[in-house]
Design a protein around this ligand. Structure first.
Ligand SMILES: *[C@@H]1O[C@H](CO)[C@@H](O)[C@H](O)[C@H]1NC(C)=O
Ligand SMILES: *[C@@H]1O[C@H](CO)[C@@H](O)[C@H](O)[C@H]1NC(C)=O
Ligand SMILES: *[C@@H]1O[C@H](CO)[C@@H](O)[C@H](O)[C@H]1NC(C)=O
Length: 451
């Protein structure tokens, strides 16, 4: 290196050192981990160097200031003011104030625990709304060992229990309760919108960096699966209807209703998996015959009726018999339910992990639309073919392999899957293509050259 080059490099180094010392005076390049407070507050310091940017979710927003953040649930219009503990609380009026980081939470919305679990924050969950709702093995374990309390029917007791936590994540807007944080994950329309709520949770714990990592991974894996479907489109895309039977009750004037679902994420999932989403101008029927006429040509039925675990239940609810082969979904033996994985008390993982693990959810749906994808031996997690009597998988506390490990998406790594090439008729050709031979050939020539 010439003298000129050396001094040039030195000058550049000095320049960057100067810049970095001006931009971040005395601040570590990371948000304070959960549970830690600022010891010496300096006004003007950026205490949140790790930030999230909302990309696709539509029902929350995050704004950063030097020592506090404002998080808004735009559906319920609640604004949460999160100020770093050890700094000052000079939050705007009309926000619910929370010093962060938060150390203990109660959870009354089923998907919240799954989001926290993926952020590595399972241990901050101290209270759950109902024991019946948990499918997570490690949360069941924490309940069994007394680390997690379950809310009871005794309101006095519940008040005492909830008095001990820093905040309560819940689906409802308990605007009067200063500790409650409304979450609207289930209302955010798209699959990735729902996944992106992991960023919402992360801001309460300064866990933005982890949220960005998890979301980024799930998103790119989702897009890879979507691509895999595009490359293996069926010549005739099957029509998928998401339906439910509502038994007569006080909520529907004692009249049974037969419903066709209308949810954007179900439409996205169906289409991204290579199917056609069945929609209709009439979404609720009181006359069974009318409903059955409408769905007669549906290839795949997803029965969302809450309680109907067996094929006999499905037959009973829709007054069908096995010999009615004019219904394509019966002929195809393609009736799926969302209860493939539950806790011992029927707590559905569909309402927990299936929300945050959007890539794994798409993988399940891809396999419903085309059983040969995404790989020949794929085992669905949530969507269970009740027409083929597939069993419900039960997870209990002894399925918790390591209480200290965060959960991670159960999806396959799409980019590492062996290539499948499915011809338009759905049959798989497993012989390598000319192209893959060509690549192997080129590599075999190039490798020795570079070694
Ligand atoms: C409810 O809990 C409170 C506090 O533990 C207790 O004093 C009371 O007896 C309970 N009420 C009932 C009906 O069990
Ligand atoms: C289904 O159709 C109804 C009625 O035409 C429409 O309002 C709704 O947006 C559609 N749903 C989806 C998910 O496309
Ligand atoms: C839970 O563990 C039991 C016993 O080891 C096993 O049979 C079962 O398949 C596991 N459940 C799940 C959902 O993995």
């Amino acid at each position: 290196m010439s003298v000129f080059n050396q001094s040039f490099v030195a000058a550049i180094c000095a320049f960057f050192l100067l810049i970095s010392s001006v931009l971040v005076p005395g601040v570590s390049a990371q948000n304070l981990p959960t549970g830690q407070c600022v010891t010496e507050f300096k006004a003007g310091n950026d205490y949140f160097t790790d930030k999230v940017t909302v990309e696709t979710a539509t029902l929350f927003s995050v704004e950063y200031f030097n020592h506090y953040k404002l998080v808004t649930n735009t559906k319920t219009k609640e604004v949460f003011g999160l100020y770093q503990c050890g700094t000052i609380n000079d939050l705007p009026a009309n926000v619910k104030p929370f010093p962060i980081s938060v150390n203990s939470v109660a959870v009354t919305d089923t998907s919240s625990s799954a989001f926290l679990d993926m952020l590595g924050l399972r241990s901050v969950i101290k209270v759950l709304g109902s024991a019946d709702l948990i499918s997570s093995p490690c949360l069941q374990y924490a309940k069994d060992t007394g680390e997690i309390t379950i809310l009871s029917t005794n309101e006095t007791l519940n008040e005492i229990t909830l008095g001990k936590v820093d905040l309560i994540f819940g689906a409802t807007d308990a605007a009067t309760d200063q500790k409650s944080v409304s979450v609207s994950t289930a209302n955010d329309p798209g699959v990735l919108n729902r996944v992106e709520w992991i960023k919402f949770y992360s801001v309460f714990f300064n866990a933005e960096s982890k949220a960005n990592e998890v979301y980024g991974k799930i998103k790119s894996n989702y897009e890879c699966f979507k691509n895999l479907v595009v490359k293996n489109t069926l010549a005739e895309k099957p029509v998928v209807a998401w339906v439910a039977y509502e038994a007569p009750s006080e909520f529907n004037q004692n009249t049974a209703a037969y419903k066709i679902a209308d949810a954007m994420f179900k439409k996205q999932l169906t289409e991204d998996a290579g199917g056609i989403y069945f929609n209709s101008t009439t979404l609720s029927y009181s006359i069974l015959g009318d409903f059955l006429k409408v769905i007669e040509n549906v290839d795949i039925l997803i029965d969302e009726t809450f309680i109907a675990p067996t094929l006999d239940d499905v037959y009973k609810n829709f007054e069908l018999t096995p010999d009615q082969q004019k219904y394509k979904f019966l002929k195809n033996q393609a009736i799926y339910r969302e209860d493939g994985l539950t806790g011992p008390n029927d707590g559905r993982d569909w309402f927990e992990n299936a929300v945050v693990m959007g890539d794994a959810l798409l993988e399940d749906m891809i396999n419903v639309v085309n059983p040969k994808l995404p790989k020949p031996d794929y085992q669905r997690i949530w969507l269970r073919n009740v027409a083929k009597n597939e069993p419900i998988k039960i997870s209990s506390s002894n399925n918790c392999s390591d209480i200290n490990q965060p959960s991670f998406s159960k999806a396959d790594d799409c980019s590492a899957l062996p290539p499948v090439s499915v011809k338009g008729d759905g049959s798989i050709s497993s012989t390598p293509t000319f192209f893959s031979y060509l690549i192997a050939f080129v590599f075999s020539i190039l490798l020795p050259i570079f070694q």
